[in-house]
Design a protein around this ligand. Structure first.
Ligand SMILES: [Zn+2]
Length: 149
């Protein structure tokens, strides 16, 4: 089991690193080369973080609808509430993913990742009310309880 936990930790860290790269890419990468069509045609599933409505549209359509504060517009309600989907680790339902924190001015990347992991640890599933991220890197408490067989 120890090995499994290590792998999970590695997977979550990779996710965080990848997310950071995407974030930094978005921040500094505007005005770069034109993206190929297959990227724009890629279907993206988003969930409304107020109504829980799930909508699948190509990236191009989402971008045409427009976004605000990292949220895309819901074509049915006209509100900016569409966020990436995640699967709750407790109930297995599709739910809005935890919002990615903004990098604060002067904040180190390690500090930023720590803050992000903390927000994941505190994130409760809107459908079942339990922790949506059931596998996370070690924290000071709660995680890594002794195995109960
Ligand atoms: Zn849940």
């Amino acid at each position: 089991m120890e090995r499994g936990k290590k792998l999970l930790v590695a997977a979550v860290l990779l996710l965080v690193i990848a997310g950071t790269a995407v974030f930094l890419g978005k921040k500094f990468g505007t005005g770069g080369p034109k993206r190929p069509d297959w990227i724009l045609e890629e279907p993206l599933e988003k969930i409304d973080n107020t109504t829980m409505e799930i909508i699948m549209l190509p990236r191009r359509k989402w971008e045409n609808l427009g976004q605000q504060y990292e949220m895309y517009k819901n074509p049915h309600t006209g509100k900016y509430a569409m966020v990436p989907v995640m699967v709750c680790g407790s109930c297995g339902e599709k739910i809005p993913s935890v919002p990615q924190p903004k990098l604060k001015p002067g904040e180190g990347l390690g500090e930023y990742r720590g803050r992000w992991i903390e927000s994941m640890q505190n994130y409760k599933c809107p459908k079942c009310g339990k922790s949506a991220y059931t596998s996370l890197p070690p924290s000071s408490q709660t995680l890594f309880k002794p195995e109960t067989k």
